[in-house]
Design a protein. Sequence first.
Length: 310
Amino acid sequence: MTEENETIVSEFILVGLSNHPRAQIMLFWLLLLVYFITLFGNGLMVVIIIVDSHLHTPMYFFLSNLSIIDIFYTTNSVPKILANCLTYRGSISVMKCLTQMYTGLFLGITECFLLAVMAYDRFAAVCHPLHYTLIMSNRLCICLVTTSWTLAFLLTVVPIFFMPMKFCGPNIINHFLCEAQAVYRLGCSNVRINEIFTIARGIPVLVMPFTFIMVTYIRIGMAVLKIRSGQGRSKAFSTCGSHLIVVSIFYGSAMSMYLRPQRKSSSDRDKLISLFYGVVTPMLNPLIYSLRNKDVKGAIFRVIGKKMSE
């Protein structure tokens, strides 16, 4: 009788900030600005790196991949959030919701691995400058990026077969988008299994790359201390410090969401935390990693000058 009375959910209602209309309008304009900056900054990086041959190096190869990920990552979620900000409570079909959720997981996991790869690249450049070109060969770079995308795909798809997703109860998601933790709470299957798989996946995806990055930057810091030039040390520490801030925001916010027991319902705090790793860091990445770099600035001026001369 219980199974016969179950109603299969066909769509979800995304609450967002519908209970706070003024805050929702402010969020709309803020996200619109952030989204524009994200698309412009990351899009500019991809174009400049492709066009300017001076940037055809391992570091900028990884950065171009990071920019591509961030463009798709934000596009997967922000337009839907913006549309829902203009309605009282936006709706989304179950299929579109799951597509958004798994696409976001795939891109987010890829970024986790890619940030670790980029940390290794910086380690090789700073700690082994004489052998850098031998260590970071084109073959290795392509292999590292391909491995990051492949592992992310497997860690996204394989758990689907072990984490049953059946929805037959409440269909209200107290979130801006179909974030995995919020969606799992609505499943009428064994929530405990989903929680175990989520935490287990978080160890290789979040804990291990973050630990690797921290150890790598400690080694880089030790190497920088040996630099005799005070200006050189200051510049290196400034660059490494800004990188670590972005990495800490991304991994810290993601770990606070995915490495703790699931609550019965999402809180406003959870919604704001998800904006940090899903919206803020994709905007900051090109600003911190690339656009402050003299090589990138020089490439932009060269490309603009070439276009003007034509």
